[in-house]
Design a protein around this ligand. Structure first.
Ligand code: DAH
Length: 339
């Protein structure tokens, strides 16, 4: 019997080794790896086993060399198998960790809540509602009639100065519209459309080109109150404000009036509130000026009313102990989370 040439044996061995290595490195899961293991390293009919059998066909002189080559190939294929085995096992555990390890800590769920200004607005609406004041809204883009003229603020009045208002390029007739500078506009809008008696409160944004500091901001909120009923006096105004302040801030709030001037009230007062030993100016108030009642078509001899306008940021700051109103609008979650 002619023996198998050593070169043929070695070529066979190399082909087997190449096939085995590509199959093992290509395997991406345990099943593919196991199939490759059986094909190449299988103890009964694996391809390595059958090459091993052909060792016996080498010429006796070639057998030691053939054996060495065989062992090299076998070790290389076995090592390649082990690498593939580790690779697939790691990939499998990695996937399992992200998919099903329910014991890993998760990102805490953060619950949001209303902004302190929104909460203040809702609370004011609720308290005033109990006193019979209906909450109404008005537009933030206003015309000069509602922001000024009907409120007895004539064209030459300094409050209408372009430097003190956000006038818009959009005009109505000859008059530019503006971002309302006060919520007193809503008094006019309501009175134009309803007959007395009425009690309304309106809370919303107003705009003035002020430089931001601890007590000013170019956008802020006001609460406007209006009551029109026969026989209304300053005493009613003071009682309503005191009841409001006590409900909002807590029992022992004092309310103080100081004489002042507003074009749309007569007499006019500044409203201060004392709470926790400190007086703070909260806004303005007064009896609705007869000229305003006439401007909306009411009979000033038949009805009278009072009005007030307070700063929402100021009441909120007072209530929550905030000493810089800019903090309300910095959007810093560390600040907002406290409320
Ligand atoms: N509108 C005034 C302001 O913005 C505040 C104010 C004063 C409102 C007196 C009123 C009032 O209703 O009667 O400064």
């Amino acid at each position: 019997m002619t023996s198998v040439p050593l070169d043929t044996f070695r070529a066979e061995l190399e082909r087997l080794r190449g096939d085995a290595e590509s199959a093992l490195t290509a395997a991406t899961d345990a099943a593919a790896l196991e199939a490759a293991r059986i094909e190449f390293l299988g103890a009964k009919s694996g391809r390595l086993k059958s090459v091993q059998k052909s060792l016996g066909g080498l010429a006796p002189a070639d057998k030691p060399d053939g054996g060495r080559h065989f062992n090299d190939a076998k070790n290389a294929i076995t090592a390649c198998f082990e690498v593939a085995q580790t690779r697939i096992a790691t990939a499998a555990t990695g996937r399992a960790t992200t998919a099903i390890d329910v014991t890993l800590p998760t990102e805490p769920i953060r619950l949001g809540h209303l902004h302190p200004i929104t909460r203040t607005i809702r609370r004011v609406q609720e308290i005033m509602g109990r006193l019979g004041f209906e909450s109404v809204d008005g537009p933030e883009v206003e015309d000069q009639w509602h922001n000024f003229e009907a409120l007895a603020i004539p064209a030459e009045h300094p409050a209408r100065d372009p430097l003190d208002n956000f006038y818009l390029a959009v005009a109505q007739g000859n008059d530019p519209l503006l971002l309302r500078s006060q919520t007193s506009t809503v008094q006019i809008r309501v009175m134009e459309n309803r007959e007395p008696p009425l009690r309304i409160v309106s809370l919303g944004r107003v705009y003035r080109p002020d430089t931001a500091d601890a007590t000013h901001y170019p956008m802020f909120h006001q609460v406007e109150g209006l009551l029109v009923e026969p026989g209304t006096t300053m005493a009613h105004l003071k009682s309503v404000l005191r009841m409001f302040a006590s409900s909002f801030l807590g029992g022992d709030v004092k309310v103080r009036f100081r004489p002042s001037f507003f074009p749309f009230t007569e007499p006019s007062v500044e409203v201060d509130m004392e709470w926790g030993g400190r007086w703070v100016e909260m806004g303005g108030a007064g009896m609705v000026d007869p000229a305003v009642l006439e401007a909306v078509g009411y009979d000033p001899d038949a009805v009278s009313g009072f009005a007030f306008g307070l700063g929402v940021e100021r009441i909120a700051a007072r209530r929550y102990g905030v000493d810089d109103i800019r903090d309300f609008y910095r959007n810093d979650a560390r600040f907002l989370r406290q409320f």
